[in-house]
Design a protein around this ligand. Structure first.
Ligand code: 9WN
Length: 439
């Protein structure tokens, strides 16, 4: 498809953001606020890099895989030499963890497993370009299939010990949606102990208004969970017993389902892994898809997280409730998604899913995961819609997102009613998904 003339400049600007945030073999998630590599950011960054250079996209994911733990876990941060982000490697203290890699400094928790989606986009881009780009992309799949499989297996065992088809998280950071109101109830039960070492936040120095970030009270709980995990050396079994936050995350579970399906397809297409590996991934996909479906509230039609410590369903009306739509077509959810409580709400600047329903009086339009629109979330839905043949839905999200992004600031998130960019500007994954939408 021809790129409209007005979008040409936008693509150039997006490419420039990725170049400026390029640290050599990894891309900083954002220039000042996030000077390191984040796991799910790096996958989405690779999706954008694939449009510019397949080898550079492959390098991004190779760097991430070098940080993989011996358990299979892919850590949520891979630290660069840069500083200015708190909590840094000293606070995480993962060098004492038996499963951590020896030569790379990482955090000790994970993030949503979007990586196989990125590998698929790299293969697609390689095939479109042909020649050595195709060869490199396909060879990369053969070479790394086992590592991605180990990652999915770890999530399906260490984080789904009862085989419910739902991934348990031990920290809001693991969901990628840090201060979403989804986590308010479970966090209310997290009470930082007096032994919590003191800390000084740096994140609030890098945004226009501190109210766009989580509160100090929230940060205290975030750091307390890190402390609990650090004390048990991030050991999977011990962590399950000591950690104060244990929630079955429906959005991460949907991503695991769909990414496992993609990985199975890639394995089959490229003869990577054995027939048993592919069958195992298909079983994982089916198990987690069923797990996601089992959480849907009959009254609201939205999927719910489950607080494993209290046994309670989490009923907040957030975008994560559309997890089933990531897994495949769903008429009831599709209607809800485009309806007045969500993308069809008349007050929205663009028909895009905010993180909290615009009909919910608790929506905070400038506060991080409590209301703003995140372009990467819109991208995940547009990718999933296209994947299951809903080209109309995918096209609507693409067009509205490109209108939202047209000013070229590549905000981390956007005010849903005014369209103002918020948080960090020149955010790498926002630029990356823009490039994918323009391809
Ligand atoms: C904590 C890097 C990351 C994203 C997350 C987003 C934010 C970190 C933070 O930034 O989280 O991991 O310090 O706020 O919530 O989704 O991966 O862009």
């Amino acid at each position: 498809m021809l790129v409209p003339v007005s979008d040409v400049g936008l693509g150039d600007r997006a490419a420039q953001v990725l170049r400026r945030n390029d640290l050599g073999s990894m891309t900083a998630a954002a220039p000042r606020l996030y000077p390191h590599m984040w796991s799910w950011d790096s996958a989405l960054i690779a999706v954008g890099l694939a449009q510019l250079s397949v080898p550079r996209a492959v390098t991004e994911l190779r760097t991430l895989l070098r940080a993989q733990w011996s358990t299979g876990m892919i850590p949520h941060i891979v630290f660069s030499a840069g500083d200015g982000y708190f909590p840094g490697p000293e606070r995480w203290g993962t060098q004492a963890a038996a499963a951590a890699p020896a030569s790379v400094r990482t955090s000790g928790i994970c993030q949503p497993p979007v990586h196989a989606v990125a590998v698929r986009r790299i293969v697609d881009a390689g095939r479109r370009a042909g020649g050595s780009a195709r060869e490199e992309a396909e060879a990369f799949v053969r070479e790394t299939f086992g590592a991605w499989l180990a990652w999915h297996r770890w999530l399906a065992t260490a984080r789904d010990p009862d085989r419910r088809g739902l991934v348990e998280i031990y920290h809001g950071w693991e969901s990628g949606m840090d201060n979403s109101p989804r986590w308010d109830r479970p966090y209310a039960a997290v009470v930082p102990g007096a032994e919590l070492p003191s800390f000084v936040r740096t994140d609030v120095d890098h945004v226009g208004d501190a109210r766009e970030r989580p509160t100090d009270a929230e940060y205290g709980r975030y750091l307390w969970l890190v402390e609990q995990l650090r004390r048990v050396g991030y050991d999977d079994d011990a962590a399950r017993d000591v950690v104060g936050f244990r929630v079955a995350d429906v959005f991460t579970s949907a991503i695991l389902a769909v990414a496992s399906e993609e990985l199975a397809l890639l394995g089959e297409e490229l003869g990577a892994g054995s027939g048993d590996d592919v069958a195992e991934l298909r079983e994982l996909a089916a198990r987690f898809r069923a797990g996601v479906a089992s959480t849907v509230s009959p009254s609201t039609g939205l999927a719910r997280d489950l607080d494993r410590r209290s046994g309670e369903w989490i009923e907040t009306e957030t975008v994560a409730g559309f997890a089933p739509l990531l897994c495949g077509p769903d008429d009831r959810q599709r209607e809800l998604f485009w309806g007045e409580r969500w993308c069809g709400h008349p007050a929205l600047a663009h028909p895009l899913p905010p993180t909290v329903s615009p009909s919910d009086p608790g929506l905070q339009p400038r506060a991080y995961w409590r209301g703003p629109v995140w372009p990467i979330v819109s991208w995940l839905f547009s990718w999933a819609f296209a994947r299951h043949g809903d080209d109309d839905g995918a096209g609507r999200l693409r067009e509205a997102s490109l209108r939202q992004l047209a000013a070229g600031d590549f905000g981390e998130y956007y005010e849903p009613f005014t369209g103002e960019p918020l948080g960090s500007l020149h955010q790498s994954w926002t630029a990356a998904v823009t490039l994918d939408w323009l391809s």
